[in-house]
Design a protein around this ligand. Structure first.
Ligand SMILES: [Zn+2]
Length: 225
């Protein structure tokens, strides 16, 4: 079972991805985290990716696809994978589908966590993190007990560079240009499930559960794994 997660910044797909995986015994794999880990541990893939990252360019699709292949070969992910952060473009999606075909598999579903740009800017502008220990706070839903000071270590709290309004707007622009066509690509294949991110995190979680329960029922009925 391969589930893809997609969504603009602030949609909370990482949070929900981890919850889905924990609940169903699947692996949550974030391409960003995995890449950082490969670089840190200096694996062959990490070393190759590092060359590109050092040069300030994106890691090429064929390297990312080789990495997906390693995931598919790894028995610890056999129950299911929730893939977060890849693919992001139509060529990546086509590459992934071709790879899966060789494995006799296909994408089960793409969960699209939908959020408007204004809502995302509002949500992320409320997020601050500790410059000392990295703990993340939300000024609305999880404020520190003293303004701008970390409860855990007393460090100074700041808005992360990734969460600055201009950064978010630029990432939305990129999302519209590169990722929305990919969402249409999976929609045309009947693989898209759009999840509204309105409301509390548990409300969104319930919507995700409904989508996946339905998906699992259909697959059981078809007799596929
Ligand atoms: Zn701290």
């Amino acid at each position: 079972m391969l589930i893809l997660l997609v969504g603009p910044p602030g949609a909370g797909k990482g949070t929900h991805g981890k919850r889905i995986a924990a609940k169903r015994g699947w692996s949550h794999v974030s391409s960003g985290e995995l890449l950082r880990d490969a670089v840190e541990r200096r694996t062959p893939l990490g070393l190759e990716a590092m060359e590109y990252m050092r040069a300030g360019s994106l890691v090429p699709d064929d390297i990312m696809l080789r990495w997906i292949e390693e995931l598919l070969d790894d028995p610890k992910h056999r129950h299911g994978i929730v893939l977060d952060g890849f693919p992001r473009t139509v060529p990546q999606a086509e590459g992934l589908d071709a790879l899966l075909e060789r494995y006799g598999q296909e994408v089960a579903c793409m969960l699209f966590f939908d959020i408007s740009e204004e809502a995302a800017v509002g949500r992320l502008a409320a997020r601050v993190s500790c410059t000392g220990c990295g703990t993340v706070y939300n000024l609305i839903s999880r404020p520190p007990s003293t303004a701008e000071v970390c409860d855990r270590c007393g460090g100074k709290l700041e808005i992360r560079e990734d969460d600055a309004t201009e950064t978010i707007r630029a990432r939305f622009e990129e999302f519209r240009r590169l990722t929305e066509p990919m969402i249409e690509y999976y929609q045309a294949k009947g693989k898209l499930a759009r999840v509204s991110t309105d409301g509390a995190i548990d409300d969104v979680g319930r919507r995700v559960t409904e989508v996946l329960d339905e998906l699992c029922r259909c697959r059981d009925a078809e007799g596929t794994a």
